[in-house]
Design a protein around this ligand. Sequence first.
Ligand SMILES: [Zn+2]
Length: 729
Amino acid sequence: MVGDPWYKTTLRWAQTNLVEIDPERYDDKFWREHWRRTRVQGVIVNAGGIVAYYPTELPFHHRALKLGERDLYGEIVKAAREEGLVVIARMDSNRVAEDFYRAHPDWIALDIDGSPYRQAEKYVTCINSPYYSEYLPAVMREIISRSHPEGFADNSWAGLGRASICHCANCREQFRAFAGLDLPQKHDWSSEAYRQWIRWNYRRRSELWAFNDRVTREAGGPDCRWMGMISGDVLNNGNRFIDLPEILALSPIVMLDHQRRNGVDGFEQNTEAGKRLHEVGGWDKLIPESTPQYQLGAPAFRLASMPPAEVRLWSSSAFAGGIQPWWHHIGAMHEDRRQYNTAEPIFRWHEANQDILVNRQPVADVGVVWSQANHDYLGQDRARDVTLNPYRGAGKALDKAGIAWLPVHADAIAGASGRIKVLILPNLGAMSPAQVAAVEAFAASGGSVIATSESSLYGEHGTRLDDFALAGLFGVHRRPGAHGGQDAPDASIETHARHSYLRLSPELRAGLYGPHDATAPAAAGTRHPLFAGLDGADTLPFGGYLPSVAVDAGTEVLATFIPDFPIYPPETAFMRTFRTDLPAIAVRQGPAGGKLVWLVADLDRCFAREEQFEHALIIANAVRWALGGELAISIEGGHGLVTPTLYAQGKRQILHLNNRLLTSRIPGRQDELVPVGPVTVRLRSAGKPPAQVDLRVAGKQVQARSEGNSLVFEAGAILDHEVAVIDWN
Ligand SMILES: [Zn+2]
């Protein structure tokens, strides 16, 4: 709205990330033209920190190699102002040159031997030193006095990561004041000093953020906000001690730096990042995302064009997650000029459709619950295996089934009631009593809950309990012992520790085509809806981790565990133990009409790792059973490759359909768009009459029809994405 501050209104961003020789070659005319063509409203301009792009008067503030007395930063700011653009001063503040170190050795982070932490030829500064409390504020004040930027964005603001303990005098004193303890000597999650050090580090980043924001507002006015760049990778945030709920509460806009693919997931990781950050920070906040127009594989090629298909898939995945576009080039001059043509069509589409891309609320049936504490205190240094893969596997299973879902923070479960019908707790082991109570209340109000593996077996700081805190709700109790493992299995067929199976009940094979089996019970009864589509199999591959549990009366065991047996040589590959009574999947009715499912076998984690389709199918079936077939949305014809993300905006619904087909062996790299479909969309309509459907990518309207409680329409084939706008009467 008119009169709103810049951080509420600036939807499209540009960044020419200057390199040190750019003062000699920056082409003002070209970049102005490029701003106009790409319809940006804000620019991020390199100002100071590691390198200054203006004639700074501060000692040791290193000027760019070719800057001389020129004020390139100031010239770009002036040009941007003439073009009517918002200006953010970019800083990068975590390391300094040798001369700086000699002058202020006490501002540099030290290892346990008292040697400075170094990155290449630079020295890493300690966030608890006067470099952050005195020197950087002076830089910010100097920049503000010269150019009055609308705000600041700092690249690597959070200092040393979790892998490095700083032993400088500042850290020693400040940690003692916080915890009354000496700094931990090594990484040891079982030591109280280390766990306190983790907590202190989170606190210090939140304090530093608030401090920097005070500095810029005092010098630059109430809307001159300071923002650190935020990663879209949840473990990366933990490794840098960024407490997302605390930090996002401090930040009026989220400057997202999620440029690098994780190499495991496809483009959907960008939709997930947007949804997760919005769920924590609020859906009214803008989240522009720095999007490389250059190649960011391994290795990265800063000067080479990223294939347009890859930028389009990443950007459209961002839009589905409520993220705004921000083009990013490294350096102001490139001989590979293909990269200058990529952003314009994406940004023009965004401008033409911005009415449906912001100011909206998500609609989803399922919430997948996560928390930083679970990744930290349960995951520790194995978080990828222990806590992240279960979360990823649950999300991937829902994506494959075309089920709309949201990442829900464990502290926000209470707010999910009424908005979401099914909660998935993917090995959410570390839970606070309040989080446990919120899950119980969710079930007591009619919600369904799917818990996996060791959810609720630990306190919020990782202390193991005698039994699951949710044992009473589910009627599932932890017993001593476990089978398998949480890490990746040994791929050698000479080993068989993970060659385990699940036995489904009732066993139906006596009535199916196949050899006579004296061990088969008479085929009787029907399978539970969790096993829809699996009637032909009495056993399924497993290969994961199974904690031993026992169940109460009233809780039904649908599948049991079959222990591992040899794989090789083939003559030895037969079950040694055909049947156990170890529960692998248990279900019961919830207290108020919902369903409760405990996937004791970690099918979510296994699916993230091995992609056995049956594991994903059971997770999706559990959700469908819980919803009683009443999904907010379902998709036909997408082959599991089209994922829906649904929003409401007044009387409208806005549906993103994203193509997830990967053509590269490295997920997230792609040089070609391959259409998937045509797809048919079925939306829960509560009997409302059919409405016109606007396809904003195809640029046409299609007629919808009513079928029972559903609105059905054809969305065509999906190239990179489609966005359907349904205007309800
Ligand atoms: Zn320090």
